[in-house]
Design a protein around this ligand. Structure first.
Ligand SMILES: Cc1ncc(COP(=O)(O)O)c(C=O)c1O
Length: 393
């Protein structure tokens, strides 16, 4: 069976160059980077070269890069790290209703520990209004944390404007750029952002590695106390293989991102055009243009996203639905609900996220397969108008 992977926002395949770059670290380069002998020094060089690559990619200093185990850990480090350090100056945090659970649940944890959190709404395209952030600020606010781009819809937030508002108010600004990094240009040289999260496995590196950029002068409390790794900001022997992999990925992106993104955007647009031309009653979720170049989220009216997902899986197509299974019932995606989507439309939503390795052939096969599955499921749906009309005849 043909296998098509359209779930790159969940995770990505490892780039062949990345695989090559990490090989020595699976064999002869085994030292502990904190050791001062030759075995440690060689590995330390690998880590520091990777840190330099990451810093160059984002336009910051290597010392500002804190290497961690994931995007999730880095979001937690940013949010709790500021709360624990600055909790005596204020107890209010501003975030949005459409953040990843890594941010939402870190904020909920802090709510249980005496902090107050404002979850600003989004418009129908899933975008935060900078003025809503401004209006949410109070003299007690210590942190604004708004994602750069949404994982489900790909909608891109006005981070330069939101960061400027936070800066003007003297409030620390964090952005979760796990989905944005490698898909849209980010330059911390000009971006008014104090902390930024990234993750390796979303950029063709490895799972279990990510990081937080903490700009000079911003102090956070570490969450993992231990050795002096990462200048005391994150104890624990480093995930060398994961770090070297990220360094290689960001190096590759620095040289080839524009071209790669243009090709992925072309394929995503072809998929979008094909679906809208061939299938009636579709709703696109997310901003028409202010959207990640690889992401397409569509509601197929009168069908269940989960049923579509399973049927497409049987045809070799891997994609994703935003629904969450809570106590046996399928809850529509909270992100789409926050955008004001009709709950039944939200239940029919699927996310296709393209990336390295996808081809025109994949897109053409997928359009045919999706059309066939939608037709099959709609024929079974008593809610679908033409089915209703047929039954009435
Ligand atoms: C926006 C966003 N933030 C954070 C994460 C978590 O990253 P990780 O899987 O590295 O923990 C994800 C992963 O899906 C994400 O999409």
């Amino acid at each position: 069976m043909r296998k098509i992977y359209f779930d790159h926002n969940a995770t990505t395949p490892v780039h062949p160059e990345v695989k090559k770059a990490v090989e020595p670290y699976l064999s002869e380069q085994f030292g502990n980077p904190s050791s001062i002998h030759w075995a440690g020094r060689d590995v330390r060089k690998g880590v520091e070269d990777a840190r330099q690559e990451i810093a160059t990619f984002f336009g910051c200093q290597p010392l500002e890069v804190v290497l961690a185990s994931s995007g999730t850990e880095s979001d937690n480090l940013a949010i709790k790290g500021v709360a624990f350090r600055k909790g005596n100056e204020g107890k209010h945090i501003v975030t949005s209703q459409v953040e990843h659970p890594a941010v939402i649940n870190a904020c909920r944890f802090l709510e249980d520990h005496g902090f107050r959190v404002t979850y600003v709404p989004v418009n129908r395209h899933g975008i935060v209004d900078p003025e809503a952030v401004r209006n949410a600020l109070t003299p007690d606010t210590i942190l604004v944390t708004i994602m750069y781009a949404n994982n489900e819809t790909g909608s891109i937030m006005p981070i330069p404007e939101i960061g400027a508002i936070a800066r003007e108010a003297g409030v620390i600004m964090h952005t979760d750029a796990v989905q944005a990094a490698g898909k849209i240009p980010i330059d911390l040289g000009s971006l008014p952002v104090d902390m930024l999260t990234f993750s390796g496995h979303k950029v063709n590196a490895l799972k279990g590695a990510g990081g937080l950029i903490v700009r000079k002068g911003i102090e956070i409390e570490p969450l993992t106390h231990g050795g002096h790794q990462e200048r005391g900001r994150r104890g624990g022997t480093e995930n060398i293989v994961g770090i070297v992999a990220m360094g290689k990925s960001f190096q590759l992106l620095r040289h080839g991102m524009e071209e790669e993104v243009a090709e992925i955007r072309r394929l995503r647009d072809k998929l979008e055009r094909g679906l809208f031309e061939r299938i009636p009653e579709l709703v696109r979720n997310g901003h028409p243009t202010l959207r990640l170049p690889n992401t397409l989220n569509v509601s197929f009216r009168f069908v269940e996203g989960e049923a579509m997902l399973l049927n497409l899986d049987m045809m070799g197509i891997a994609c994703s639905s935003g629904s969450a299974c809570t106590s046996g019932s399928l809850e529509p995606s909270p992100i789409l609900i926050a955008m004001g989507a009709d709950p039944t439309d939200a239940q029919g939503a699927l996310r296709f996220s393209l990336g390295l390795g996808n081809t025109d052939g994949d897109v053409e096969y997928a359009i045919d397969a999706i059309e066939a599955v939608v037709n099959k499921l709609r024929a079974l749906s008593p809610l679908y108008p033409s089915t209703r009309e047929a039954k009435a005849r």
